[in-house]
Design a protein around this ligand. Sequence first.
Ligand SMILES: Cc1cc2nc3c(=O)[nH]c(=O)nc-3n(C[C@H](O)[C@H](O)[C@H](O)COP(=O)(O)O)c2cc1C
Length: 209
Amino acid sequence: MTKVLVLYYSAFGYVAVVANAIAEGARAAGAEVDIKRVPEIASAATAAEGSYFHAVQEVPVAKVEDLGNYDAIIVGSPTRFGRLSAPVAAFLEQASEPLSRGILNGKVGGAFASPTSRNGGHETASMSIITNLLYCGMIVVGPPYSAATIADAVGQRHPSALDLEGARQQGRLIAQTAQRLWGRGESGTAALEPSADPEAAETIEAIIP
Ligand SMILES: Cc1cc2nc3c(=O)[nH]c(=O)nc-3n(C[C@H](O)[C@H](O)[C@H](O)COP(=O)(O)O)c2cc1C
């Protein structure tokens, strides 16, 4: 079965709601889906002051070693200054060693983000996630409009039915693409194996002194 990870950070729960809808869509396409959050990097005091949405924190925390187990990874973040949030960036940076070994080469990636206004920069936030996914060797698949929901400061606004349907579509599309590229047989073994390209590694060594 195709294995999909929906990986996110969410302080107030908005990104978490979208993550669940994306997972629903991927499951509807027949994938086995895990939802995990990246570790919190704010201090407990900061999180408490900011009224962080604690239910989110019950979601399992991803480990760097998990990443290679999936055929597709869809990464979500709140929009922070028009880009991805620091906890998502920190997690990806911590994964740089296994990523440089090519564990995600050719795997399917997707991104989503939540802003507080329609022009709050969620598309640039999604693009900033996508830059990371491309760097990891992933093939990025997205609907023309990546999944998003608009947050507010007091938790009164909720994702619209259209937001959630868009998210399900994104999950379905990515799961279907991963199935075509990485379809696992009954043994659970992927048709392809990711591998670092030795020539590319030599080139990188030549570029980075
Ligand atoms: C440090 C910081 C920077 C932010 N920058 C932006 C921004 O550039 N644009 C925007 O629309 N919202 C911005 N926000 C609001 C968050 O995007 C919003 O709280 C988030 O979408 C809520 O998602 P979550 O509930 O999953 O954390 C910012 C929030 C913080 C704490």
